[in-house]
Write a protein that binds this ligand. Structure first.
Ligand SMILES: Cc1cc2nc3c(=O)[nH]c(=O)nc-3n(C[C@H](O)[C@H](O)[C@H](O)COP(=O)(O)O)c2cc1C
Length: 238
């Protein structure tokens, strides 16, 4: 019988009880040359990732979408609350409804709501209120962020750093999609409250990103962008 089971509550028993929730870290040390090789090859692979706005209608197996979501679910999260739900849609009728609602909002955004400072930086990307990727891509994955959680006592409590946590999960999802040889677009229809209702999510879940996933269209184009150099995005104190 453990100390906790026999009702004693001295510090040692509390410590050992907490410790029983721990396992050994699985860590495989790599040789320096292999570390350098992996670091370089991962960077080179990720450097090829591009956001594509032109999708093929070619089918993609559900198992690949599941693999990308499982990868996203490995993300670290504030207090390990995993404050995310990924809703994956391949149903054509539902995708049409999502596109219609997204375009209705985006038409208002582009024609009435968009400040000049925003349209100025969007112009080189060639985006507009037409969102054909929502119906062309075989899968549309919507990431919902949980702002609250149901506690064991039945009351609602906050989640912690849910924006940051979901941002990291989204990054892993995007990397997974790229790694499996597909493309995605990080789309933020503005505003996107309509997605909760269309996809039947509860009030504490907030649509954060809409990510079509698929093959690029044969004639897919991307803006000719430059990424900032390492010197521009970092500072080292050796
Ligand atoms: C948070 C976030 C929101 C974005 N929203 C949109 C969007 O609503 N529509 C769109 O076409 N692209 C959107 N993008 C994609 C960016 O325009 C794109 O990542 C950027 O131009 C760099 O291109 P790259 O991803 O090919 O490197 C978004 C990206 C991020 C990270």
């Amino acid at each position: 019988m453990s100390a906790a089971e026999d009702g004693s509550s001295d510090e040692t028993s509390i410590g050992s009880n907490v410790e029983s929730g721990f396992i050994d870290l699985v860590f495989e040390e790599l040789a320096p040359a292999e570390m350098a090789e992996r670091a370089d090859s991962f960077y080179k692979q990720m450097e090829k990732r591009r956001t594509t706005r032109h999708f093929s209608t070619r089918e993609v197996p559900k198992s690949l979408i599941e693999a990308a979501i499982k990868t996203a679910g490995t993300a670290p999260s504030g207090a390990h609350l995993q404050p995310w739900t990924f809703v994956a849609v391949s149903n054509s009728e539902l995708k049409s409804q999502m596109r219609e609602a997204a375009e209705a909002e985006e038409r208002k955004t582009y024609s009435e709501r968009m400040p000049e400072a925003w349209s100025e930086v969007l112009a080189p990307l060639g985006t507009d209120a037409i969102k054909e990727h929502i119906t062309d891509a075989p899968w549309v994955v919507v990431l919902f962020r949980h702002s609250k959680r149901l506690r064991g006592n039945g009351e609602w409590g906050p989640t912690y750093y849910s924006q940051e946590s979901c941002g990291i999960a989204a990054g892993l999802f995007i990397a997974a999609v790229h790694n499996m040889g597909l493309v995605t677009l990080t789309h933020t229809p503005s505003p996107m409250g309509f997605l909760r209702e269309l996809l039947g999510r509860p009030g504490h879940e907030h649509a954060m990103l809409l990510l079509p996933v698929g093959y690029p269209a044969e004639d897919a184009k991307v803006p000719d962008l430059l990424r900032k150099s390492i010197d521009e995005i970092s500072e080292f104190f050796d």
